[in-house]
Ligand binder design. Structure first.
Ligand code: HEC
Ligand code: HEC
Length: 347
């Protein structure tokens, strides 16, 4: 078994070298340099002798990647000349998940840093975690999601396949993926995996990586630890209760500019022109008034309630609103949002 493994790595190395080794022009010699920064993180970890990921994919298949991308963006793709069956009538994956980087420092899961990055890069601020780098993560639906999905997430915790299935059926109010769809989505995830250049490794670490083949075991282990310390392996999920009335600040001391950003890039992402729900939200005085007038309540129309609990999918009304965990929206950000809505309500 071990021999086969090394043989595969050998074939892989020869394969990638053929693409990545380019002549070193400066020295005018035949010396060759591997551009390690372009290599994917999981491939480099394997080369250094780390364990294989459960969802490891040996070979990227561009055709499957494209199909996976279609499925994620549109919910269907074209297969054998025919349009495939939609995953969900109500959602596509990108209603809740971004496809890009979400933090400057990708070891962080701090809500304020996530918002700062979204603002600077003009990307939505969504209730679920990004697919960028999901291939490199090893644990899913962490911490409190078991409260919402129970046993379903127990099997999804350590399996990207199962996590995808749970989300396709339950988070998307859709159905389980067929095997070919699942393979295509995994291939697409693989195409969004982290590259060494994304990790911000220091020059010395990069230098060591370039001479990877000549390193001693201990040095390789050191590199594995450095690489693994440079990105997040799972996103935590802390559910908060609806804030008790006496703790609500109703926007007092909040930052309305931050709140406006959250309103536009999160709430309106789904609610503008009633895209996903009957509730249409825009930047009108009446919208501000609805939230302002319901500020002390514990009903769904109260900002304090809806953000922490979302709504539930029910027969005849399958579209629902996902809750925001503390990691995806902090209490401070909630207060910023209220400060903005207060301003909008002209109160
Ligand atoms: C209505 C919102 C919504 C939709 C639509 C949705 N998801 Fe999710 N998804 C979530 C939430 C919320 C989580 C909880 C964990 C997280 O991402 O922070 C999640 C988690 C996941 C996870 C585990 C991520 C992790 O780091 O824990 C995967 C994989 C996933 N979804 C795949 C998909 C795929 C594939 C689709 C489309 C077929 C999809 N999701 C559609 C809301 C959604
Ligand atoms: C992923 C899409 C999505 C996001 C993001 C989202 N919502 Fe929702 N929201 C929904 C859906 C779907 C419903 C369910 C309403 C329905 O049945 O059409 C809903 C319901 C609501 C309701 C309850 C409506 C009622 O009368 O019961 C309120 C209030 C609300 N959302 C406010 C917000 C606010 C404020 C934000 C931002 C912090 C937000 N939503 C973000 C999709 C979303």
């Amino acid at each position: 078994m071990k021999q086969i493994y090394f043989l595969l790595i050998g074939i892989f190395l020869i394969g990638t070298s053929a693409i990545l080794i380019k002549p070193d022009i400066q020295s005018q010699s035949t010396k060759r340099v591997i551009d390690v920064e372009q290599l994917s993180v999981s491939d480099v970890l394997l080369m250094l002798g780390d364990d294989t990921l459960i969802h490891h994919i040996q070979q990227v298949d561009p055709e499957l990647v494209k199909m996976g991308e279609d499925l994620v963006l549109n919910g269907y793709t074209e297969r054998n000349g025919k349009k495939s069956k939609r995953i969900s009538k109500h959602f596509v994956c990108t209603d809740c998940h971004n496809l890009t980087r979400e933090f400057d420092d990708i070891t962080s899961e701090n809500a304020a840093e996530r918002l700062r990055y979204a603002k600077a890069n003009d990307i939505p601020f969504l209730p679920a975690s990004t697919f960028w780098g999901i291939y490199n993560r090893t644990s899913f639906y962490n911490k409190d999601y078991v409260k919402k999905y129970g046993d379903l997430v127990v099997n999804a915790r350590d399996s990207l396949y199962n996590a995808t299935q749970v989300c396709a059926k339950y988070c998307s109010s859709g159905r389980y993926l067929e095997q070919w769809e699942l393979d295509a989505v995994m291939q697409y995830f693989k195409s969004l995996e982290l590259k060494i250049k994304d990790l911000g490794l220091d020059a010395n670490t990069l230098k060591n990586l370039r001479k990877m083949g000549k390193l001693k075991q201990a040095e390789k282990e050191d590199l594995i630890a450095k690489i693994k310390g440079a990105y997040i392996h799972k996103y935590d999920a802390t559910f908060l209760e609806t804030m008790p009335r006496e703790q609500r600040k109703y926007g007092e001391g909040g930052d309305p500019a931050n709140g406006e950003m959250i309103y536009e890039e999160s709430c309106m992402y789904c609610h503008a022109n009633a895209r996903l729900t009957y509730l249409s939200l825009g930047k009108n005085k009446l919208d501000g008034r609805m939230f302002w007038n319901n500020r002390t309540s514990y009903r769904d129309q109260s900002l304090y309630q809806i953000v922490r609990h979302g709504t539930y999918s029910k027969p005849g009304r399958r579209q629902y609103m996902p809750l925001y965990t503390e990691e995806k929206m902090s209490d401070e950000q909630l207060n910023d949002l209220m400060a903005y809505l207060k301003q909008l309500a002209e109160k």
